[in-house]
Write a new protein. Structure first.
Length: 255
């Protein structure tokens, strides 16, 4: 029996990358999955690529997690179409990297808006259902960049903010049967890191090789590495774990 049989999972930013790998894993383990992403067509196309088990289903919903009205409408649709809500993965993300002196106010607002305000809005809307049913799982995507990364003052602040947010929700929601945790990935090969290579003017294979050498396991991460940890943290096997941030980074932050 899959760990998510009978559960409905919402995963933001799931049209590709880590979010899509997580949606795939959750669907394989029995969940009905709502793929949320900015573009409705991309979200629907991703949902159509999932293979839900018998009795489960998958839908794609276009929504902007940094917009309260969009979030409310998206969750209402998910609950209406999939019949409930049990797991929320706040994965949607963007980067707008620049050194501080070149970073615009827009770069700051956009990144904080998607990662931090987005996680806040989604979690606030989801907790209504979770508290009422005395069950829920929230998983937030942090990053090793939370510990500091040149050119990412906005992203780093957002990702460390996510860790504080996770701890606080762990305290507030634990008594209602809700677990709240975070994963801080290291370098994962996705379009997000491909774009970083392009911005730095480094050839993609070389960029990945350098990042592989920068951690003890000597490879870059795959979206499936994060999906596996996400599945564990959102499962009932992890019901005594809350408020934690799990670094899934090949040991890159060990020093
Ligand atoms: P990605 O760029 O491949 O995918 C991100 C998805 O989020 C995209 O489909 C995008 O359309 C969606 N999105 C962006 N803004 C949105 C919004 N306002 N509303 C809804 N959807 C939105 O990125 P990824 O590499 O898969 O990263 C996923 C998460 O993991 C992000 O939070 C990222 O910060 C985090 N992360 C990634 C890495 C890595 O190395 N790739 C490392 C650490 C943390």
């Amino acid at each position: 029996m899959g760990r998510f049989e009978g559960r409905v999972a919402v995963i933001t930013g799931a049209a590709r990358g880590i979010g899509f790998a997580t949606a795939t894993r959750f669907a394989e383990e029995g969940a009905s999955v709502a793929v949320i992403d900015l573009d409705e067509e991309a979200a629907a196309a991703a949902a159509a690529r999932l293979a839900p088990v018998d009795g489960a289903s998958a839908i794609g919903v276009g929504a902007d997690v940094s917009d309260a009205g969009s979030v409310a409408a998206a969750l209402a649709r998910v609950v209406g179409e999939l019949g409930g809500l049990h797991v929320l993965v706040n994965n949607a993300g963007i980067t707008r990297d620049n050194l501080l002196f070149k970073m615009s106010e827009d770069d700051w607002d956009l990144v904080l808006g998607v990662h931090l305000k987005g996680a806040f809005l989604m979690s606030k809307a989801a907790q209504e259902h979770f508290v009422a049913q005395r069950y829920g799982k929230i998983l937030n995507l942090s990053s090793t960049s939370a510990l500091g990364n040149r050119g990412q003052a906005n992203y780093s602040a957002a990702k460390m903010g996510v860790q504080g947010f996770t701890r606080t929700l762990g305290i507030e929601l634990g008594p209602f049967g809700i677990n709240v945790n975070a994963i801080a990935p290291g370098f994962i090969a996705t379009e997000m890191t491909d774009a970083t290579a392009a911005r730095l003017g480094i050839e993609l294979e070389e960029f990945r090789r350098l990042n592989a050498e920068a951690n003890p396991v000597r490879r870059v991460g795959r979206p499936e590495d994060i999906a596996a940890a996400a599945a564990f943290l959102c499962s009932d096997e992890a019901s005594y774990i809350t408020g934690q941030t799990l670094y899934v980074d090949g040991g890159a932050t060990l020093g």
